[in-house]
Design a protein around this ligand. Structure first.
Ligand SMILES: [Zn+2]
Length: 174
């Protein structure tokens, strides 16, 4: 969307979020992340695949769980992304016609980024979004109660967590 229209919509409270996801996809994906902590004994995570909508916002359409592309990804209890998993990920993206629009991982406690989260963006390109779900993704994680970070490049991040649904919206319908 052009920036003038975006600005005008912002004034009347209709600005599109940066990223959104249908409720069914988000709830199923976050439930599965909770299940993959094996009774809250380890972290889990996923690449979020999707595409850009006409508004310029990204739509999340699919979760690709780290341990599905790399069986060792969760072995240490903390998510470890290995380069060897990437060819498999690109293959899935090609097959589905999607790109990686964000990533998500769970924390045992709060949703703040760890030093390692900040130092190792999953997709090291500016504009990439990283979600962190607190409490092993227990309950129904929603914008406003989760970590939402945007990689700006050169080790810098913007923290959008407090923006809630202005940044990320979970929708009933497409
Ligand atoms: Zn983390």
């Amino acid at each position: 969307m052009n920036s003038l229209l975006s600005t005008l919509l912002g004034w009347v409270g209709l600005a599109p979020p940066k990223i959104f996801c249908r409720r069914k996809v988000w709830d199923a994906g976050t439930r599965e992340l909770a299940r993959r902590t094996l009774g809250e004994r380890r972290e889990s995570g996923a690449y979020l695949l999707g595409r850009k909508a006409w508004t310029g916002a990204y739509e999340i359409l699919d979760f690709v769980f780290y341990d599905d592309v790399d069986p060792e990804a969760l072995a240490t209890g903390i998510v470890t992304i290995r380069e060897t998993a990437l060819p498999r990920l690109w293959e899935i993206c090609r097959a589905r016609g999607y790109g990686v629009v964000a990533d998500v991982h769970v924390h045992p406690g709060g949703y703040g980024q760890s030093t390692s989260d900040q130092a190792n963006p999953v997709m090291p390109r500016s504009g990439h979004i990283a979600f962190i779900l607190p409490n092993f993704a227990r309950g129904r994680p929603r914008p406003g109660a989760i970590g939402m970070y945007e990689f700006l490049g050169a080790g810098r991040w913007a923290d959008h967590s407090k923006r809630g649904t202005a940044f990320f919206r979970v929708r009933w319908r497409p």
